[in-house]
Design a protein around this ligand. Structure first.
Ligand SMILES: Cc1cc2nc3c(=O)[nH]c(=O)nc-3n(C[C@H](O)[C@H](O)[C@H](O)COP(=O)(O)O)c2cc1C
Length: 181
């Protein structure tokens, strides 16, 4: 399975998390969404999307620029996971909205979601990035503005969960593309 992190970050917080996740997941590829073409991004079986939230519930700027192209493409067979930094105290009603904003625009294009994460332990009031039953985020929120001391342990725990989920997907990927000969 080809796996890549694709991140967008205004002040470097989500970029830093992307770097750490790349190590934790032993990945070769981490792409800046402002420099990667949509076709390059869709060349991966698993796209781990890093996106922060800005301007009270708005997308990080490079994702805003790139999404119109990405949402036109066929995401069939691609798995998607989300992570990103936000601020659950100052922007408590729009905490890490970016995951939900992106997911809304690609979920009907065939993408499948992995890497859900429990809301337990987070300080926030509302988010566009919750499951219907509000028990989980659509990905991993990090809050370096208020809870930076929790970031490393959250990254490690989520990376472990995601690795397990991706390992469980691997047999079906192998079936889809049997070795030549
Ligand atoms: C003007 C402004 C608006 C913001 N709006 C939100 C928001 O709606 N939701 C949220 O979770 N964080 C919000 N943030 C916090 C940033 O997302 C947070 O600082 C994040 O770590 C930035 O990550 P980046 O450097 O990867 O872009 C906002 C920050 C600023 C300065």
């Amino acid at each position: 399975m080809r796996v890549a992190i694709v991140w967008g970050s205004n002040t470097g917080q989500t970029e830093e998390a992307a770097g750490r996740l790349k190590e934790l997941l032993s990945l070769e590829t981490s792409l800046d969404v402002s420099r990667a073409s949509p076709e390059e991004i869709l060349g991966y079986d698993v796209v781990i999307i890093g996106a922060s939230t800005w301007d009270i519930g708005e997308l990080q700027y490079d994702w805003e620029d790139r999404l119109p192209e990405l949402e036109e493409l066929d995401w069939s067979g691609r798995h998607v996971a989300f992570f990103g930094t936000g601020d659950g105290l100052t922007y408590d009603d729009t905490f890490v909205d970016a995951f939900g904003l992106i997911w809304e625009r690609i979920k009907d294009k065939g993408a499948m979601l992995v890497g859900l994460w429990p809301t337990e332990g987070y300080r926030f009031a509302d988010s566009a990035s919750l499951t219907e039953d509000r028990t989980h985020f659509l990905g991993l929120p990090l809050d370096n503005d208020n809870e930076a001391h929790l970031t490393e342990e959250r990254l490690v725990a989520w990376a472990t969960k995601l690795k397990g989920e991706l390992a469980a997907l691997a047999p079906s990927a192998a079936e889809a593309a049997p070795p030549a000969g």
